[in-house]
Ligand binder design. Structure first.
Ligand SMILES: [Fe+2]
Length: 325
């Protein structure tokens, strides 16, 4: 049934959907005190499935030609797969290495999510990092990834990390903002612009993945805010995954909402709010900021462990037309 735009039924339908979505946010990212160095760490979500079992479930999932599947592994970590079974990993932080690396700071950066997949169990076609910060290009993760046919792609300083971690030269690929790389016959990657958040890596990037079924997925990477930033970012995209934590000069909720509103993706997915005890953000605040900005994008909070399936708009329209008859 089609609900007339602007009608009471439309408002009720929106309210019902909102209410349903709000109930579906079961996570508390603020349960741990970052300044209490001795309290046991409470995980946001328990370990629900073994590392090997989870990886196997990802490999086994059959993706339809008009879909892509996305798994969220916390922080800026994503796995993406299309019908050809080509599997791409973005910024996979699969250890707790930041705890020791940043032990000198007055607060804790321990992970509060389980390690969903141990690096040794990872089987990928592409291991991509958007920049070299340790929560994105994690040396311990990279060292422990099993030797395979994986190609390691990233900007200048990510390649330094790959080299230091012993990734063979032939398996590395340097990329620059604006560059287009055909990852496979069904996936094209374009490196996008991002603003550095400090001077330890001046080569921040994001990534736009375009799949053969037309679906365009964009990840901002870590980026600082600038008024003209949205003019430098990709438009006409289906899915935008965007950092919202506001800490360490990343986009804060209202800034991320302004960017999302300017580039107008069909779906906006917050990220980088969950992993580390003193680097959390509020997906609800981001959602509120989106509403205040008048965004038309659909807000989606990704669950852990489960794949999120996105169907191409053409197929969605076709399904809606068939359903309306
Ligand atoms: Fe980060």
């Amino acid at each position: 049934m089609t609900v007339p735009p602007g009608s009471k039924d439309e408002q009720r339908s929106k309210d019902e959907k909102r209410s349903k979505d709000e109930k579906s946010i079961p996570y508390d990212f603020t349960a741990n005190d970052p300044f209490n160095r001795i309290a046991p760490i409470r995980y946001v979500v328990p370990q629900l499935i073994s590392s090997a079992g989870f990886m196997q479930s990802i490999r086994d999932l059959q993706v339809k030609p008009d879909e892509i599947a996305i798994w969220f592994l916390g922080q800026n970590g994503f796995l993406l797969k299309d019908a050809s079974n080509f599997l791409i990993g973005i910024d996979l932080y699969l250890t707790d290495s930041c705890t020791a690396a940043f032990a000198h700071l007055p607060f804790r950066l321990n992970r509060q999510l389980p390690v969903f997949i141990e690096p040794e169990d990872l089987r990928l076609d592409v291991f991509l990092t958007t920049h070299s910060h340790q929560d994105h290009a994690d040396p311990e993760t990279i060292r422990r990834v099993a030797p395979s046919k994986t190609t390691f792609i990233g900007p200048y300083d990510s390649l330094r990390v790959y080299r230091e971690c012993g990734v063979p030269e032939a398996s590395q690929r340097l990329t620059h903002p604006g560059q287009i790389i055909e990852l496979s016959p069904t996936v094209q990657m374009q490196t996008t612009f991002a603003l550095p958040t400090d001077d330890t890596d001046l080569n921040h990037t994001g990534v736009l993945l375009t799949f053969a079924n037309g679906i365009r997925f964009y990840n901002t990477g870590d980026t600082a805010y600038a008024e003209h930033l949205s003019t430098l970012l990709p438009h006409d995209i289906d899915i935008c995954t965007i950092c919202i934590n506001g800490g360490f000069r990343n986009l804060a909720a209202a800034q991320a909402a302004a960017i999302a509103n300017a580039i107008q993706p069909r779906v906006v997915i917050p990220c980088h709010y969950d992993m580390m005890i003193n680097n959390v953000g509020s997906p609800q605040m981001f959602r509120t900021a989106l509403e205040l900005a008048g965004s038309t994008a659909q807000f989606v909070l990704l669950p852990y462990y489960e794949p999120w399936i996105y169907q191409s708009p053409g197929a969605q329209n076709q399904a809606a037309e068939t359903g309306d008859k």
